[in-house]
Write a protein that binds this ligand. Structure first.
Ligand code: B1H
Length: 814
């Protein structure tokens, strides 16, 4: 038995400085005098890692005993953000670091900033995975994150001289990356292609090619928890086996093709958010990391055993499927159990269904992955056989439940030419959850209705959450200090419900003024950040109004920009009295999928509205618009604390949850939003009077679709809207070119699938209410403070507690 060892004893700043010097010398080979900030960053990171190492190994040893069920979070994306500052915080080394670095002659901030942000995710789904591994470690739960170490993360976004998005590759590993531990000795072989043959009455897969999956381990330190978990990201390498036959024929390029293909598997993150990709390489990626991870889990819990008793496997570990991307894991575990460990079908099925659970993150039908059977058959022929058998078994089971044939047909996992991954996940696992109350309800009522009717007890909800460590403590030190002062403790960092204790202080004008001063200081700091990073000048005495998230039609950046244009036009033509206008600075941050035509055109429009508005003396001091390039975690950490008004304006029923909405509320912004995703719960908790609600609800949207939606009607009936669209169509934002935005305008007027025009009036009307409140700073800040006090529920610690209780049925290590 491994004894539990105490975390390594804390160091002094002097010792920590010595450790950094040591790293500079032995790993960088530079003196302190020669060292750059980048050197010190690497050295300090390695020193911090060394401090975490004992606890990490101890956590693994305790985890491996298998006495407490482990959670494995399977996700194609982990959008971690910069590591150093977070590791320091969670390890309790921030003060020592600051002093040590200063003693070496550097600014702590410069060292932290020297880190290159890993962008191994698209947006909310990837960031959620990162918040969840942080909370699992902080709660002391034994857990692994399993995913892919892409060579290229989400693309870097810039804008060309016409305001169009330009994507450049994000080669984040170009310099030394001190966090990932590459472990060549824990590799796994992942095979593809070939055929299935019958041998001695058994189906035997004879793959055509294999790749080597090598784990790169990232330490996930819990916040002062004495636990360090593992995020294991796989990288693909070729085996150096050549196709000798081809080689002998001197077809060298042919011979090395499989090697090239192998390394491609982990080369790039697909930049599509909320749409299915349907590409062969994507399926290869999914199978690659899931197969390696399942084998890794078996090896971890049954080390060195040839014939382990895997009937207890699901008591040792459970696999959370982060959307459909890892769902191929279900037939893969079946294959492993049957083909590699000789279990019969029923035993394998019983283990598999116990081991898996599935989180759905969408309602958009186009986002639910459906793979062509021909593709699966070519790449994973044995899996296709298993999927067919699962599908047949499922049909029989439904028949036994008395489900009619038409419904059974609608529910088919395998349709004959396609495999529906969401259906496979729902049938093949124990629980299915949506990511906000409304979303989970809509899954049951619509997207997965037949499944919920047949298996009601499988369905549950876990409302998303965000980690207070990164998104309050690190992002907003001023607010953090004020919260600690108000509560008289900093325990809120790991128990966010304590924020409720701030509620009485909303009646204390002095405290509210301090809160307002924090916001003002954050705005001031952001003005500096924006000057440094983007070279722009911002007036800090304007309302900071932000919309940052992926660019998607359903999220309706169009609605925001049309309202901005309408405001601009109103000031210009005198329908709005310039003296009555509340000065605002509107920030956008958003990446569009490179192939998403209308989204990219929307970016171009916003940039050109910004160009026109910001250069027009008539609106100077009243309205400014900035599209900040390359929205990422670092920008979020700077922009969110400075924001006063947050936009969550998706069409009701389309945003599964949103997590930005939670980050803004927790940082004291007020929200203008629709009844969509987690907005519904945010509003319930912070109070309707502290939330700017507008627009149609889900039922209204549905009935408008049903009666036939005609966007042109709304264009004709609200002169503000008509004027805004006419300006776009008339070339105001394209130097007179009336064609520049024709596709966008045509879409608004004839299709407008997400009903931007229908919600415009309601959205424009609520602005008066927003501005009226803003002219009473004490009232505004009181409401903002109540948003903070009442948003503790949106901690990812609470979300993980929900998963533990309702889905995983496990808890912290003993
Ligand atoms: C979310 C995705 C997503 N939902 C496909 N679905 C992807 C789908 O690479 N792909 O193919 C990538 C991502 N992402 C988001 O998940 C939802 O839109 C948000 O509402 C939600 O807050 C977030 C986390 O649950």
């Amino acid at each position: 038995m491994t004894e539990i060892t105490a975390p390594k004893s804390p160091v002094t700043a002097e010792q920590f400085a010595d450790e950094i010097r040591e790293q500079l010398k032995y790993s960088q080979g530079v003196t302190v005098e020669q060292a750059t900030a980048a050197d010190v960053y690497v050295a300090a990171s390695k020193a911090v890692r060394n401090h975490l190492q004992d606890v990490w190994m101890d956590t693994q040893a305790r985890t491996a005993k298998g006495e407490t069920k482990t959670v494995a979070y399977f996700s194609a994306e982990f959008l971690m953000g910069k590591q150093l500052e977070n590791a320091l915080l969670n390890a309790g080394l921030t003060d020592q670091f600051d002093k040590a670095v200063e003693a070496l002659g550097f600014e702590p901030k410069d060292i932290v900033d020297a880190e290159y942000e890993p962008g191994l995710g698209n947006g909310g789904l990837g960031r959620l995975a990162a918040c969840y591994v942080d909370s699992l470690a902080s709660l002391g739960v034994p857990a692994f994150g399993y995913g892919i170490q892409y060579r290229y993360g989400i693309f870097k976004q810039t804008f060309d001289e016409n305001g169009k998005q330009v994507e450049t590759p994000d080669y984040w590993l170009k310099n030394e990356e001190p966090w990932g531990h590459i472990d060549y000795n824990r590799d796994q072989k992942v095979s593809f292609g070939g055929e299935v043959v019958e041998e001695n009455g058994k189906r035997v897969w004879k793959p055509a090619w294999s790749v080597r999956a090598i784990p790169v381990d990232y330490l996930v330190p819990g916040y002062k928890s004495g636990n360090v978990n593992t995020l294991r990201l796989w990288t693909a390498r070729a085996y150096d086996e050549f196709d000798l036959l081809a080689f002998n024929r001197s077809e060298y390029m042919e011979a090395v093709k499989p090697q090239v293909a192998a390394e491609n598997i982990s080369k790039i993150l697909y930049p599509e958010d909320s749409t299915k990709v349907g590409k062969e390489l994507r399926l290869e990626q999914q199978y690659f990391f899931v197969s390696a991870s399942l084998h890794d889990a078996i090896r971890f819990f049954y080390p060195g055993e040839d014939k382990p008793d895997l009937t207890t496997f699901a008591d040792k570990i459970c696999f959370q499927l982060n959307d459909t991307h890892p769902v191929i894991g279900i037939p893969e575990l079946m294959r492993i159990l049957i083909d590699e460990y000789d279990y019969d079908w029923d035993t394998a099925w019983s283990i598999t269904t116990k081991a898996f659970n599935y989180t759905c993150h969408t309602l958009l039908p186009e986002a639910l992955e459906v793979w062509p059977a021909s593709l699966i058959g070519e790449l994973l022929p044995r899996h296709l056989e298993i999927i067919e058998k699962i599908s047949d078994q499922f049909k029989a089971e439904l028949k036994g439940k008395g489900v009619d044939d038409a419904t059974i047909n609608d529910m088919a996992i395998y349709t004959g030419d396609a495999v529906r991954m969401a259906y496979l996940a729902t049938y093949g696992g124990s629980y299915v959850n949506g990511v906000a109350a409304l979303h989970s309800q809509l899954l049951k009522d619509m997207t997965l209705k037949n499944f919920s009717d047949a298996y009601p007890s499988k369905f549950t909800n876990v409302t998303n959450g965000v980690t207070p460590r990164r998104f309050i403590k690190l992002a907003n030190p001023r607010l953090s200090d004020l919260i600690t002062e108000g509560l008289g403790t900093d325990k809120w960092i790991s128990d966010l419900d304590l924020l409720e204790g701030l509620e009485p202080l909303a009646n204390d004008d002095e405290f509210v003024k301090k809160f307002a001063a924090v916001k003002q200081a954050n705005k001031h700091a952001f003005v500096g950040f924006a000057k440094d990073h983007y070279g722009i000048d911002i007036d800090e005495n304007t309302m900071f109004n932000t919309m940052c998230k992926r660019l998607h039609e359903y999220k309706r950046q169009s609605l925001k920009i049309l309202a901005v244009i309408s405001r601009y036009a109103g000031i210009k033509n005198g329908t709005i009295n310039a003296d009555d206008v509340l000065p605002r600075t509107v920030f956008f941050g958003a990446k569009a999928a490179p192939g998403y035509y209308l989204a990219k055109m929307t970016i171009q429009l916003i940039n050109n509205v910004a160009r026109v508005v910001n250069n027009d003396p008539d609106v100077k001091g009243k309205l400014a618009v900035h599209f900040l390039p390359n929205y990422n975690i670092e920008m979020a950490q700077n922009l969110i604390p400075a924001t006063e008004l947050d936009e969550q304006i998706s069409q009701a029923g389309k945003e599964a949850s949103g997590t930005g909405n939670m980050k803004f509320a927790l940082n004291g912004a007020l929200t203008v939003g629709t009844l969509d995703g987690a907005n519904v719960e945010i509003r319930e908790r912070v109070g309707a009077e502290n939330f700017f609600l507008f627009g149609m609800n889900v039922d209204e949207v549905e009935s408008l679709y049903a009666t036939g939606y005609d966007p042109a009607k709304y264009y004709e009936s609200d002169p503000r809207l008509k004027q805004a669209i006419d300006l776009v169509a008339g070339g105001t934002f394209s130097e007179g070119d009336r064609n520049a935005y024709a596709p966008l305008v045509a879409d608004w007027l004839t299709k407008d699938w997400f009903m931007t025009l229908a919600d415009f009036s309601s959205y424009a009307n609520i602005q008066a209410q927003i501005e009226e409140l803003y002219t009473h700073p004490l009232d505004w800040n009181r409401k903002a403070l109540l948003n903070v006090a009442r948003s503790g529920f949106f901690s990812s610690d609470r979300a993980i507690e929900d998963y533990l209780k309702d889905i995983w049925h496990t808890g912290p290590l003993a």
